[in-house]
Design a binder for this molecule. Structure first.
Ligand code: XIL
Length: 366
């Protein structure tokens, strides 16, 4: 036990040294953040956070202000969080985030108006008839309307594609779908447009990145969905590609680029919305793991940012200390995953450099 602790401590300090070296090499000066590297190419960079972190984690907040031009609530605007009371939604956490973003001149992304996975219990119980659709639409109107003019971009519908559910159109066989068909998705977008005519409206999904049959089916499902929405004049402006990456998964740059090109040719913009890199399969010390994470992300970002329809990148958190993967990934050596640009000490890791240099290498957007 003692040896284990000592080993972690030593490895921790070598990672610290590497982090500092990486920082001075990569950025030149400490005030240049990822947001600046992105802005030089006409893109934005930001991360997910929670309202409770604003008061409780001053060091993280300081680094978020340095690095981010845009923020997205990790959970605070999800229906399950705001909707405990069916008649009076609680938007107080969202309001804190709006205040914080405004105070620091940052933009805010909305996440997410309609997601099958985050519904309050009373809503789940009520999604048993054609009224299911009306409930979901009402929720979209409420949250988008409440923040109208203050949130620049919304993930209106999240994760509505699921080829494994076996429907011919590869959509998820959710109650909303069963009672509303494809139109329920279009209706969510119409409701969002009505509630905030200026916000950019995104469809957001995962499992679109890798070279597997499963992900190819997801890409096809998403493309078909977006094509159908566009053909029906639905107000959809963009595709959010979650980008939860995992070292060891097979990536095919050409195949992925083709997908981005197909999305772009529908007249849509694209954002990488939840980037992080799961290092579950990488054994070794933090230095080895951090390099593996960075090089995996580099290959992905090189392909993604070459497509000028891609308007920016958000990571799902900024520091390893707050990543959702800490509670979902179990590493064989018992250590925490290292999926984000900053380590738990808030120092820049090789992933930070990989993201910064990927922005540098991308064509300029206008
Ligand atoms: C995750 C959060 O990070 C967790 O804290 C929460 O417990 C569950 O949701 N795709 C999404 C995000 O669109 O909303 C999810 O966020 C991660 C997967």
């Amino acid at each position: 036990m003692i040896n284990m602790f000592r080993r972690d401590f030593l490895l921790g300090s070598s990672a610290l040294v590497l982090g500092q070296a990486g920082k001075s090499l990569a950025s030149g000066d400490e005030t240049t953040g990822l947001k600046d590297r992105a802005a030089r190419r006409g893109m934005t960079y930001g991360c997910a956070l929670g309202a409770d972190q604003i008061s409780r984690q001053p060091l993280l907040v300081k680094r978020i202000v340095q690095e981010c031009g845009i923020l997205v609530p990790e959970n605070d605007l999800k229906w399950r969080v705001t909707g405990e009371n069916p008649v009076r939604p609680d938007y107080s956490r969202g309001e804190s985030l709006v205040r914080f973003a405004t105070q620091h001149g940052m933009l805010l992304r909305g996440h997410t108006a309609a997601w099958y996975k985050s519904q309050p219990d009373w809503a789940v119980a009520a999604l048993t008839s054609a009224e299911a659709v009306a409930l979901v639409i009402e929720r979209v109107q409420s949250v988008v309307g409440h923040f109208s003019g203050r949130i620049v971009e919304w993930d209106v519908v999240n994760e509505a594609v699921e080829p494994r559910d076996g429907l011919p159109n590869r959509l998820r066989n959710s109650p909303e779908y069963r009672y509303g068909g494809l139109e329920y998705i279009a209706d969510c977008f119409h409701a969002a447009r009505g509630a905030d005519p200026k916000a950019k409206l995104y469809y957001n999904d995962y499992g679109l990145e890798y070279d597997s049959e499963d992900e190819e089916a997801r890409r096809r499902g998403v493309l078909d969905l977006l094509s159908a929405l566009k053909a029906a004049n639905t107000p959809v402006d963009g595709l959010g590609i979650q980008s939860h990456l995992k070292v060891g998964n097979r990536f095919n740059a050409e195949r992925f680029r083709r997908f981005l090109g197909d999305v772009a040719s529908l007249g849509l913009e694209i954002r990488l919305t939840e980037l992080d890199v799961n290092d579950e399969r990488v054994q070794g010390d933090p230095i080895v793991r951090d390099e593996a994470v960075a090089s995996h992300a580099r290959a992905f970002l090189a392909a993604a940012l070459e497509e000028t329809a891609v308007r920016g990148v958000l990571t799902w958190g900024l520091s390893d200390s707050t990543s959702w993967l800490s509670s979902t990934v179990s590493r064989r050596d018992g250590s925490k995953p290292r999926p984000l640009p900053l380590d738990a000490m808030m120092l820049r890791k090789p992933l930070w450099t990989a993201i910064a240099e990927s922005f540098d290498g991308a064509p300029i957007r206008n």
